[in-house]
Design a protein around this ligand. Structure first.
Ligand code: TYD
Length: 138
């Protein structure tokens, strides 16, 4: 997996006079079955989150409210995204390091994930991650 496989996904929107509705279906709008949802909120100004990669997990990150930046790194190149609308999600594939910052006040990041929480799936050391990513490269 590499950074080219990570992308913004535009999600369906249903508009009417009562407001907007967006939905996400596992296997249809995201290329995985959704096993877990979690969310980041009350993030203090200036905070950084992320700082890890996953061995096998797929995730979709959505700015449910407010905005933030995400920098992806596959051990070879970097790519930066700004999430600011709840009908866009950023797909992050396995073996991609992510850093999140520039959270606006009141922002909420929801993450849909392909598996239950498993600490053994994390790389939390950047050098170890890079060595593994480079060793796995074709
Ligand atoms: P972490 O994934 O490091 O958060 P972030 O990517 O936002 O910086 O998780 C922070 C803590 O929360 C860590 O102790 C693990 C715990 N955690 C769970 O118990 N379950 C979960 O589903 C997640 C995502 C984290």
């Amino acid at each position: 997996m590499a950074i080219q496989d990570c992308r913004l996904i535009e999600l369906p929107q249903v508009h009417d006079q009562r407001g907007n509705l967006t939905f996400v279906e596992g296997g249809r709008h995201v290329p995985f079955d959704i096993q877990r949802a979690y969310y980041l909120y009350d993030v203090p100004a200036g905070s950084h989150r992320g700082g890890h990669a996953h061995r096998g997990l797929y995730q979709l990150l959505i700015a449910m409210s407010g905005s933030f930046d995400i920098t992806l790194d596959d051990g070879f190149e970097n790519k930066k995204f700004h999430l600011a609308r709840p009908h866009y999600g950023l797909l992050i594939t396995p073996m991609v390091w992510r850093e999140m910052d520039n959270f606006s006040g009141g922002s909420v990041c929801m993450v849909l994930a392909s598996a239950h929480y498993d600490e053994a799936d994390y790389y939390r050391d950047y050098d170890q991650f890079c060595a593994a990513a480079r060793a796995a490269a074709p």
